[in-house]
Every structure is written in structure tokens, then in C-alpha cells.
Design a binder for this molecule. Structure first.
Ligand code: SPV
Ligand code: MG
Length: 548
């Protein structure tokens, strides 16, 4: 075959696809190397090492699944592994397709599915399904030559990309049929359309491989697997004109050695200290699987609130009898999860990751994995504004401030996050309509009541918030949830400073703080209709049980 002509046309294709890239490796005049991988991770490691192509080994994919190299894994299970491998690397893959998993018909379907998954090529061997690894036993039966040529033709006729590579593997030498039979088969397979011949040998020296290569006279590219004749210098194969060497199973074998040693050491020492330093770091795993890309994508695709923070005011203890004897209200259990846990979940569902909880009474009981804590040790003689002041360093950029004893449906927070305005308060219009029994403390006087008109999108602003607002003048109750934009957070911090300067910070509550803010800046009221509750009484605990 005239290699230079095919090389020229390959250069033109400029490695556009994985198919073209594999074809280039097989046809290039330089000796090429395909390195074994058996999983997405090992495929990444092969690419990281600088290889230009991957051998998806039947032996090692099976073994990594805990199975024998005897077609115990179905071909679709192998396909699933290949999909992970193809997705995790830009390298072309030559897959070990064993015998093609049956007759010509199975090969057709296999090749179509491999092309769909951008697998560059397949190698099929002239044995019978189910196959046995070539290094097991002697004189394994070979396929009928004509029947195997049918498999090759069917595979080539089924490829959906012109550059897909089909390698035909000749087992005649391994099965003890001799050189003549090996050459006869190789030529038949080439004539049937194989793009390359894999000539396999299990001898400890490369004698018969080099003999075959001389007789073959470069009629089409030759691929070899020197697992058994590993001592032959690579240059010998280069000079012989071999196209491609497959290092067939060494990543799996290396990992078996490493895993054995690691497991044994940790088992024997009951400690990690002898192991750390000798194994890849967790950071290395993050690096390999591309966590940095996800972080960049989060910036691109997640709403800005991914950078929003939350301050949860949870310093007050609460008077719920036995329930709050040794823990604050926010840690009261509501069907297996504390109020705070539920609140943190709601905040996280909105994309808020940095959550600071101001704790006071029974502070040692306020422990959750995903929160930072700030202590207001003067919780007995101070109020909410002071607690917020304790978290002043966290009021930086978009900030959500929320009471620690409220529960609300996720959509309420989503609405508050999406509402226009630098300070937005969630205000329950329904609560004002229903609360006949007592005045809620955080009553809202707004410049417009809730209208209920779907098309009414005029902004509503806080006038003041206090307990003493006459019900007729109070169109709602603040539910204890507020969002401050970057600018709103600056205003909030200024107001906390102002309260402190005036000596009011210790006693001020949130209604006073918000009313003062409303006097200087627009504070937007975002009306909701129920679907929230706060927990002040045992009755509220009962309501909370029904709420969740
Ligand atoms: C494989 O890696 O699965 C192979 C190569 O088929 S060999 O094990 O050498 O037969
Ligand atoms: Mg194999």
C-alpha cells in the first residue's frame, strides 16, 4: 500500500474527528502507540501522559467490572464504559471488540453504536463467541475465514463515518496454526476491507511477529501487542515498519498493584499516616475530573445569587417548654430535621452557599455541617439589630437576612431573589387579613395594599414596620425574610453603624432598623399569600409539623 498518498489525504483532514485522529495514528509513517484504559478516569490519565490514542481493552474493562475476559460483560455494558471513556477524553479510542459479539449481524449493530459514540475504531478477532483470552490455554478454535470476512465486510458497510477504523486480529500464530495460515488469513481480511491487521503472538520473543512483518510487506498497517515479548526494544518494531503498538493492560495492572499495597497497609496499620503522601491527593481527583470547569460554568450559568450570602438571626432561645430546655428554637425538631436545617435547605435550594448563623442562647446546640456560626454572647440584653451587627463583616455583596425560626416555601425565596429592588421584604398579605387574634409584631405599613390583580406590577414600598400599626393601615406582616442587593447591603451596614453611633444598636429590633432604612431608601414590599410560618408557640410547632 502507498502510505504516502493516504498520509497526504489524512493531513488534509487535520484531525477533525476522533475517527480521523485514529486513522492518522494507524496510517502515519511514524510508529504510533495506543495505551490501555478501562474507565473514564484511566482514559483521562492516558491523555494526561501525552498518548495520542487509547486501547479500550476487553480484558481490563472486564476485570475492572470484576468479570472474566470471556464476554461475561454484555456488549452494551462495554458500550456504557466506552461512553464514559469517550466523554472524558479528546483522544481517539480503538476498542477491543473481541469477536464482534456474534456473527456479521452483531458486528453491524456494534459498529453503528460505536460510531454514534465517536469511538474511532474497533478491533475484532477471528475467534468464536464467547471468546477466551488469548493467553489462556492452547489451540483455541478459530473462526472460518469466509465467515470472519463476512463480519469484516458487515462492519465496514455499517460505519457511519468514512474514517472509522476496523482492525482485523489474526490469532493463527497464538492458536498454533503457523505462519502460512496467519498470512493467508491476514490477506483475506485485508481484501475483505480491514483497515489494518493486528498480528498477535504469545511468545516471549518477537521472532514470529518480525517474521510475519517481513512476509507481509506492508500490504496494510500492522498493529502488535507486545505484552508477552515485552523485552524487545521498541526500535526493533519501528525499523520493522510496524504501524502501531498497543500497551494492552498496564494501567489496570499498575492500579491493582497500587490498590493492593494501599489496602494492605491501611488494613495492617489501621491508619492513613503511612499512605498519605504516597497516593494522589483529593485535589488531584478534582483536577482530573475537571472541577475548575464546573466552577467556571457555574459563574456562567447560575443566577448571580450563587454569590449571595445569608445571615440567619437565631440568637433568641424561645420559650417552648421542654422543647427548648437545652436548645434554641431554631434547633427544634420538625419531623426529623430541625427548623434551621430546613431553613438552610431552602436557602441552598436558591443557590445560596455561604450561610452565617448568629447564635446566642444554647449556642453549643447550633451545629450544622453547612453553616458558619457567629456568636452574640450578649443575646440576653440585646436585640435583633445587635445580632445582625455581630454579622456585620458578612454583610458584603448581595445578602439575605432571615429569622432563624421561620419556614417558607422555596418559591417565596425565589420570588424575593428575583424581585427588583435593592432592599426587598417578603410580606404576607393574607396574614393581615386573617389575624384577628393578635397583632403580629412585624406589621407592615406600605404605600399600596396587595391588589391581587395579575397585571398590577407597580412597586410597593415600605412606609414603616411596627407592632402598633392599626390593622386597617397594615396591609401585611413581614415574614422575617429580606434581600439586600450589593447596594442594599451597603445601606444596611451604614444603618447598623448609624444605630451604633446613636447608642440604639443594642435595643433596636428589625422593624426599627427596616423603618429607618425605608426613610432613606426605597424598601420594596414583595407580597406573598401564606405558605410560611414562624414558630413562637407550641401551637406553631404543631403547624410546622403540618407544614413540612
Ligand atoms: C485485551 O487487552 O483485551 C486484548 C489484548 O485483547 S490481549 O489480552 O493481549 O489478548
Ligand atoms: Mg481482548
Amino acid at each position: 500500500m502507498d502510505k504516502s498518498v493516504s498520509e497526504l489525504s489524512l493531513v488534509k483532514q487535520a484531525k477533525k474527528t476522533k475517527f480521523a485522529a485514529l486513522r492518522h495514528e494507524i496510517y502515519s509513517s511514524d510508529l504510533s502507540f495506543l495505551m490501555e484504559a478501562h474507565s473514564g478516569l484511566s482514559a483521562m490519565i492516558v491523555e494526561e501522559a501525552g498518548f495520542k490514542g487509547i486501547w479500550a481493552s476487553g480484558l481490563t474493562i472486564s476485570a475492572s467490572l470484576g468479570l472474566r475476559d470471556s464476554n461475561e460483560a454484555s456488549w452494551t455494558q462495554v458500550l456504557d464504559v466506552l461512553e464514559y471513556m469517550a466523554d472524558s477524553t479528546s483522544l481517539p479510542i480503538l476498542v477491543d471488540g473481541d469477536t464482534g459479539y456474534g456473527n456479521f449481524n452483531n458486528v453491524r449493530r456494534l459498529v453503528r453504536k460505536l460510531c454514534e459514540r465517536q469511538i474511532g475504531g474497533v478491533c475484532i478477532e477471528d475467534k468464536l463467541f464467547p471468546k477466551t483470552n488469548s493467553f489462556i490455554g492452547e489451540r483455541q478454535p478459530l473462526a472460518d475465514v469466509d465467515e470472519f470476512c463476512g463480519r469484516i465486510k458487515a462492519g465496514k458497510d455499517s460505519q457511519t463515518d468514512d474514517d472509522f477504523v476496523l482492525v482485523a486480529r489474526v490469532e493463527a500464530l497464538i492458536s498454533g496454526h503457523g505462519m502460512e495460515e496467519a498470512l493467508r488469513r491476514a490477506e483475506a481480511y485485508r481484501a475483505a476491507g480491514a483497515d489494518a491487521i493486528l498480528i498477535h503472538s504469545k511468545r516471549a520473543d518477537a521472532g514470529e511477529i518480525l517474521d510475519f512483518t517481513r512476509h507481509w510487506q506492508n500490504r496494510c498497517p500492522l498493529v502488535i501487542v507486545p505484552t508477552m515479548y515485552f523485552n524487545t526494544p521498541t526500535d526493533t518494531f519501528r525499523q520493522a515498519g510496524i504501524s502501531t503498538i498497543i500497551w494492552a493492560n498496564h494501567n489496570l495492572r499498575a492500579s491493582i498493584t497500587a490498590m493492593r499495597e494501599t489496602s494492605r497497609r491501611i488494613h495492617d496499620t489501621q491508619s492513613l499516616s503511612g499512605t498519605e503522601g504516597g497516593v494522589a491527593t483529593v485535589k488531584d481527583i478534582f483536577h482530573l475530573v475537571g472541577n475548575a470547569e464546573l466552577t467556571a460554568a457555574e459563574k456562567r450559568y447560575l443566577p448571580d445569587r450563587a454569590t449571595a450570602r445569608a445571615v440567619v438571626l437565631a440568637a433568641g432561645g424561645g420559650a417552648l417548654g421542654d422543647l427548648t430546655r437545652d436548645k434554641p428554637k431554631c434547633m427544634v425538631d420538625i419531623r426529623g430535621r430541625s427548623l434551621l436545617q430546613r431553613l438552610v435547605g431552602t436557602l441552598q435550594n436558591a443557590g445560596i452557599r455561604e450561610i452565617s448563623v448568629v447564635r446566642g442562647e444554647h449556642k453549643e446546640a447550633v451545629v450544622l455541617p453547612d453553616i458558619q456560626t457567629i456568636d452574640n454572647d450578649r443575646y440576653r440584653e440585646t436585640g435583633e439589630a445587635f445580632s445582625l451587627g455581630c454579622a456585620r463583616s458578612r454583610i458584603d455583596g448581595e445578602t439575605v437576612v432571615v429569622y432563624g425560626d421561620v419556614l417558607f416555601r422555596d418559591y417565596i425565596l425565589d420570588g424575593v431573589m428575583a424581585a427588583k429592588g435593592d432592599i426587598v421584604l417578603a410580606v404576607d398579605a393574607k396574614s393581615a387579613m386573617l389575624k384577628a387574634e393578635g397583632q403580629p409584631r412585624d406589621q407592615v405599613e406600605a404605600d399600596r395594599p396587595f391588589s391581587g390583580n395579575y397585571l398590577d406590577d407597580q412597586p410597593v414600598h415600605l412606609v414603616r414596620m411596627a407592632e402598633d400599626i392599626a390593622p386597617a393601615a397594615a396591609p401585611g406582616e413581614w415574614i422575617g425574610l429580606a434581600r439586600f442587593s450589593r447596594l442594599g447591603a451597603v445601606w444596611l451596614a451604614e444603618e447598623i453603624d448609624a444605630l451604633e453611633a446613636e447608642g440604639l444598636l443594642e435595643t433596636a429590633d428589625m422593624p426599627l432598623l427596616l423603618t429607618r432604612l425605608a426613610a432613606r431608601h426605597p424598601v420594596v414590599v414583595h407580597y406573598v399569600l401564606g405558605h410560611w410560618l414562624d414558630v413562637d408557640t407550641l401551637q406553631d410547632v404543631g403547624d410546622a409539623l403540618n407544614f413540612t
